[in-house]
Design a protein around this ligand. Structure first.
Ligand code: OXD
Ligand code: MN
Length: 592
């Protein structure tokens, strides 16, 4: 066997040998993570047609990948958590017994790399020097996966050295297989710290460091070890006075986490600065003082492209003009990438390479993506590499709700905040295969990503006050309220900083809020609305609690929580009863 690279760690060497015997590749290549290696990967993908060059004058080092049309999003119905006891995976996950899952996957992987190269990617989720970082090795036969892992994780020699010292790592095995949706599975074995993914090359299914390791496996590990692995962006907000607060925000997929993480302050807020640490995943640990600290396990972004322009997200727009891999965007006549919402250029070929006139539907796929290293981002925070991460002042949940959920509200306590998180619901998006625009319950934005029973997960969240008296405040935001005609009531994007300022001021106990049954809401005078074209009526609609609608919502949340059965922590149910009791005696905005 032609092999480049090896390791001194026998457990890793034996595993790689074993996988190569099953999958039978022609060659084994251990990735070192160097720039030369990346350049060579790109050269090979250009040669074999996996990538094509975009306009190198206007988009230097940018490439386009067109995926198989059946392989454009995460496949939640084919994603399984395989624990020994089914209830440990919980009703929130598809479950398969580990033995059954292993024999299914063994049959799929048998000989699947014949005639191909097997790549071994050692990676580190989190800064290489961080005590909070965790390690993994992904084996794959996809060059596209290797190149994306290079942009998204700290991979190669430095990670391997740490793996060899620590000895503990997550084993991820991936093959694109035949891309047959009937032969596609994403299996997680949290008790074995392993992942097996077959039949898809799409980001969340195939870049195993991301959703599979950093959320599903890590959340399971985090519960045992007393920390949290969350679907959250991490952003620092610096005031003109030079005071920086870091917040972590959980929104479901394609609800604007990337936009918020690299927000451009509006003209009305001169002197404010944004520092991005992460746009998708946060690992949260309590330090010895009880301060919650966050690291971003990833080191790049796999962002949704449509809608990105110089007005909605100038930083993202700028950062994808160089050194980026685009997946499933359209192209213009002069070979620039194009997507719905781009304000310049005209698409010539759609995401499948067909002339746009012949194409039926959008020119770019609604879930088309860019992959870039985080350092491409003009608002990149150097603290991203800080081993101890950053202190978190506020946790913010949110969803895409055209009705009901106010612009912002603050939970009354940590336990109430856990209920607010458990009650997150959002309209579905193209990030996952299935209907779009249907409201579904997505607790903590973790429905597709929590690697164990949600009931146990809520208990874990509720245990934090036992270990810290300095926990962050918890909030909920909704940028997506509409009126009956479908008009957005809040301008969103950069203007969201006005709301974040209120959140920070609340954390610092220097802003007012009005107590309602569901939490504290701002009054018009609490948020600076100067220069915004927003009527008092719209602001009232954004900040009023509709008592009947909320009573129904809380009852629906109660039914949802009850569907998790006996494992649901009584403290969560008590929080729900308190809100319902308060709603029954309240009359909206100012009612306690
Ligand atoms: C993502 C997702 O790609 O949540 O981040 O689907
Ligand atoms: Mn995500």
């Amino acid at each position: 066997m032609d092999t480049v690279g090896t390791t001194s760690l026998s457990e890793l060497r034996d595993w790689v040998d074993n996988i190569s015997q099953i999958t039978d590749p022609d060659k084994i290549y251990w990735c070192n993570g160097s720039e030369d290696e990346y350049a060579e990967l790109i050269r090979q993908m250009l040669a074999d047609g996996t990538l094509s060059e975009l306009n190198q004058e206007t988009y230097p080092n940018c490439y386009l990948h067109r995926s198989d049309p059946s392989d454009v999003a995460r496949v939640e119905h084919l994603t399984f958590v395989c624990t020994t006891v089914q209830d440990d995976a919980g009703p929130n996950n598809n479950w398969m017994a580990p033995d059954e899952a292993h024999s299914k996957m063994d049959a799929l992987f048998e000989g699947c790399m014949r005639g191909r190269t097997m790549y071994v990617i050692p990676y580190c989720m989190g800064p290489i020097e961080s005590p909070y970082a965790r390690l993994g090795v992904e084996i794959t036969d996809s060059l596209y996966v290797v190149a994306n892992m290079k942009l998204m994780t700290r991979m190669g020699d430095a990670a391997l050295r740490r793996i060899e010292t620590e000895g503990r790592f997550v084993k991820g095995l991936h093959s694109t297989g035949e891309l047959d949706p009937e032969r596609r599975f994403i299996m997680h074995f949290p008790e074995e710290l392993s992942i097996q993914s077959y039949g898809s090359g799409y980001g969340g299914n195939a870049l195993l460091g991301k959703k599979c390791h950093a959320l599903r496996i890590a959340s399971h590990q985090a519960r045992d070890e007393g920390w949290l692995a969350e679907h959250m962006l991490i952003v620092g907000i610096e005031s003109p006075e030079g005071e920086t607060h870091y917040i972590a925000c959980a929104f479901p997929s394609a609800c604007g986490k990337t936009n918020l993480a690299m927000l451009v302050p509006p003209d009305s807020m001169p002197g404010w600065k944004i520092w991005t640490l992460g746009d998708d995943i946060a690992w949260l640990h309590l330090d010895s003082e009880g301060q919650l600290r966050a690291i971003n396990p990833e080191s790049g972004y796999f962002g949704v492209v449509p809608g990105t322009n110089e007005n909605t997200n100038k930083n993202a727009y700028d950062m994808v003009t160089h050194d980026a891999i685009f997946t499933n965007v359209a192209t213009t006549d002069d070979n620039e990438p194009w997507w719905e919402g781009k304000t310049s250029g005209t698409p010539a070929l759609d995401w499948q390479g067909r002339p746009v006139e012949a194409a039926n539907g959008k020119a770019a796929h609604p879930n088309s993506r860019f992959t870039v290293a985080a350092t491409n981002n003009p608002s990149y925070s150097p603290l991203t590499e800080h081993p101890e991460g950053v202190p978190i002042s506020a946790i913010v949940f949110g969803g895409r709700r055209k009705e009901l959920a106010p612009l912002v509200y603050q939970a009354k306590s940590w336990a109430h905040g856990v209920l607010v998180g458990a009650g997150v619901a959002s309209e579905t998006t193209a990030a996952s295969v299935g209907d779009v625009g249907v409201v579904r319950r997505d607790p903590m934005a973790m429905k597709p990503f929590c690697g164990y029973n949600f009931a146990d997960y809520w208990s874990h969240w509720l245990s934090f006050p036992e270990r810290s008296e300095a926990l962050p405040d918890i909030f909920h935001v909704n940028w997506f309220r509409q009126d009956a005609e479908g008009r957005f009531l809040w301008p969103g994007f950069g203007e969201n900083l006005r709301v974040l300022k209120w959140i920070i001021d609340r954390c610092e106990r220097r802003a007012d809020g009005s107590e309602t049954a569901i939490g504290f809401l701002p009054m018009a005078e609490d948020i600076d609305l100067s220069g915004l074209d927003i009527s008092q009526a719209d602001f009232d609609a954004l900040t009023t609690v509709d008592v009947d609608a909320w009573t129904n919502e809380m009852s629906a949340i109660g039914e949802y929580i009850d569907s998790y059965g006996d494992r649901v922590p009584p403290a969560l149910k008590r929080e729900l009863s308190t809100v319902l009791a308060s709603l029954s005696t309240s009359n909206g905005k100012n009612a306690a």
